[in-house]
Design a protein around this ligand. Structure first.
Ligand SMILES: *Cc1c(COP(=O)(O)O)cnc(C)c1O
Length: 411
């Protein structure tokens, strides 16, 4: 690997990434590289990451159980705090069991690779999150990528795969587009074909559905989906993740899921923080409706500025710009105007669909959102992007971040 040549290439494509320094917690307003801005790209959707009760729970847990978990839970035992959170999450998700993982990334690679064996086929939506894609890569099975949310194409792929079909994997709320998978149709199709379902609720948990129980619960499919993966790092404000499933599946994952078996358990303060966040979510379900109301306000305000926002129905609102370098310029111009919405470029999103990905928080005020939309409108013009001239979402959905779309069963 010629590292310098690769870095130069990334630079020429306008795809260089660097981290910006944020002072203080991930609240609705932060200080970014020394400049105060409205934060519009954090997944701390409900403001629970810095909620006093969540902080206290994490601090208490550190004093009581220490900072690190010491080993994999299969080696040195599960701690009481992990067991407590697993029980609370299972009750919340109305499933027999949940299994905690170190992160959503680890959960997805561990679940998908465990469920899809050699000689089998896993079906994956073309806009799935990178962690699901990596789970498919790690699995010994073949992967067939179906067109985004296209149930007819999925049906065709399943027909081609015949008896080799093993599992279909999809985001529920898509992380970069904010649209929702047609879960009822996918589950029905999968069941008809004897195929299991794995649904990634990273952006569904705490954000959509009854009391923030996710898109699977919204569709009444809690007992139909084989594994629901959720992260503790986004709406639940901590770190770690879980797989919600029946008791047999939980035993299967505990015995076969390598990212669970061969990785240290999540730290007790994060686990206790997530548990406190979950209790707050159950006590105050209005946080969820406030978040979605804020997303509605944002879409309305952005439309008034001439932006295309069709497609998103959730707290994730993409402003598709198209060109990667142009998206970066809009992002920088917005920061100068006091709004931080990170530009998202390939390979996170398909070529030609670079965007500002807006992530709403329940704690944003309407006035802040109106000002932000106006600032984004001015930033776009300043950067030479005419709002509304972006790639419409439908056209943006032909590419896959890391693989070409498949028309037939292929590796
Ligand atoms: C963020 C994300 C993950 C990974 O979760 P982490 O807990 O951050 O590792 C998985 N799936 C989707 C759709 C995500 O957006």
């Amino acid at each position: 690997m010629d590292i310098q040549a690769r870095l130069d290439e990334i630079d020429e494509l306008g795809l260089t990434r660097r981290m910006r320094l944020v002072s203080g917690p991930q609240g609705p307003r932060v200080v970014l590289d020394g400049k105060p801005v409205l934060l519009l790209c954090s997944n701390n959707y409900l403001g629970l990451a810095d909620h006093p009760r969540v902080r206290e729970a994490a601090a208490d847990a550190a004093m009581r159980w220490g900072v690190g978990a010491g080993a994999s839970r299969l080696v040195s035992g599960t701690m009481t705090v992990h067991r407590r959170l697993e029980d609370a999450l299972a009750a919340f998700k109305d499933r027999e069991a949940t299994v905690l993982y170190g992160s959503g990334y680890l959960a997805n690679i561990g679940v998908v690779s465990a469920l899809a064996g050699r000689g089998e086929v896993v079906f994956s939506d073309e806009l799935n999150h990178a962690s699901l894609i990596d789970g498919c890569r790690l699995a010994r099975a073949e992967t067939v990528v179906y067109r985004h949310n296209d149930v007819e194409h999925l049906a065709w792929c399943m027909q081609q795969a015949g008896r080799r079909g093993s599992v279909v994997v999809t985001d529920s709320v898509f992380s970069m587009d904010g649209d929702v998978a047609p879960l009822a149709e996918i589950v029905e199709l999968a069941q008809r074909n004897g195929v299991r379902t794995v649904v990634d609720e990273a952006h569904g948990t705490g954000c959509v559905g009854p009391g923030g129980r996710g898109a699977v619960a919204d569709a009444g499919l809690e007992h139909e989906v084989d594994v629901v993966v959720g992260t503790l790092g986004k709406a639940l404000g901590a770190y770690g993740a879980f797989a919600a499933c029946d008791a047999q599946m939980a035993r299967f994952l505990t015995n076969t899921s390598r990212s669970l078996i061969f990785s240290t358990a999540p730290p007790p303060p994060a686990v206790a923080g997530a548990l406190a966040a979950l209790e707050l979510l159950i006590e105050q379900p209005r946080m969820v409706s406030k978040l979605q109301a804020n997303a509605d306000v944002m879409r309305t305000e952005l439309a008034a500025e001439g932006f295309e926002v069709a497609g998103s129905t959730t707290q994730i609102v993409p402003l598709i710009v198209g060109d990667a370098a142009l998206a970066m310029r809009v992002c920088e111009a917005a920061i100068e105007r006091g709004v931080f919405a990170q530009a998202i470029r390939p390979p996170t999103v398909p070529e030609g669909t670079s965007r500002l990905r807006l992530a709403l928080m329940a704690s944003h005020t309407k006035a802040e959102l109106r000002e932000a939309a106006q600032a984004l409108g001015r930033a776009a013009l300043h950067a030479g992007f005419r709002p509304g001239a972006g790639v419409p979402l439908a056209a943006a959905q032909n590419g896959n971040p890391t693989r070409p779309p498949f028309d037939s069963v292929a590796a």
